[in-house]
Design a protein around this ligand. Structure first.
Ligand SMILES: C[S@@+](CC[C@H](N)C(=O)[O-])C[C@H]1O[C@@H](n2cnc3c(N)ncnc32)[C@H](O)[C@@H]1O
Length: 169
């Protein structure tokens, strides 16, 4: 089965903690295997996502990548860079190879130019500036949709019209 991974570029421990954590949570909810991140190593980011995996199930990993250019070059599969400068995401979806693993790259403050060259696809979720979390959510919904089964969850939500219903075990 095709596997989906996310690479979050240029993480800064103080400024990006919340955004990078949310990228991880969105990636997990929409079925990615895990999130790699470059920039500053951040144990707290890793722990926050690991806590969610522990409570709500997985599998899902977060792993820091030191040499992200090397990592990108070595990745076997399709590299899809989300950027407002890219081609419309709905058109790009039709060009992907259903048999190849995917690496979805999201940027930080400034994305180096070589990322645009190294990526197999530069894809825009609207040609307007917004957020890596939103772009990732919309694109993953189109690519794979919501993940239905999470292993080893300690709790699950029973969807309800009003209120909060959580089932333990
Ligand atoms: C704060 S934004 C920086 C915007 C950046 N100038 C760009 O190339 O999209 C950080 C990241 O959010 C994602 N992003 C923002 N707007 C997007 C859009 N319209 N389509 C796809 N990705 C977007 C990109 O991955 C970007 O690197």
């Amino acid at each position: 089965m095709v596997k989906i991974y996310v690479l979050r570029l240029g993480h800064r421990t103080v400024r990006d903690k919340r955004v990078s954590t949310h990228c991880g949570l969105v990636a997990r909810a929409f079925g990615a295997e895990g999130m790699y991140y470059s920039g500053e190593h951040d144990s707290e980011l890793e722990r926050s996502v690991a806590d969610v995996v522990s409570d709500w199930g997985g599998p899902f990993f977060v792993e820091h990548v030191e040499k992200w250019r090397e990592f990108l070059k070595k990745f076997k599969g399709e590299k899809i860079h989300l950027t407002m400068y890219g081609l419309p995401w709905k058109e790009s979806l039709g060009k992907l190879d259903a048999k190849k693993d995917k690496l979805i790259i999201v940027g930080g403050a400034k994305v180096p130019w070589d990322v645009y060259d190294t990526a197999d696809f530069n894809v825009a979720v609207t040609s307007q500036p917004h957020s890596e979390i939103a772009a990732l959510g919309v694109f993953l919904e189109g690519l794979s949709g919501e993940k239905k089964e999470f292993k080893d969850a300690k709790q699950r939500i029973k969807p309800s019209e009003k209120g909060k219903e959580v089932v333990r075990g």
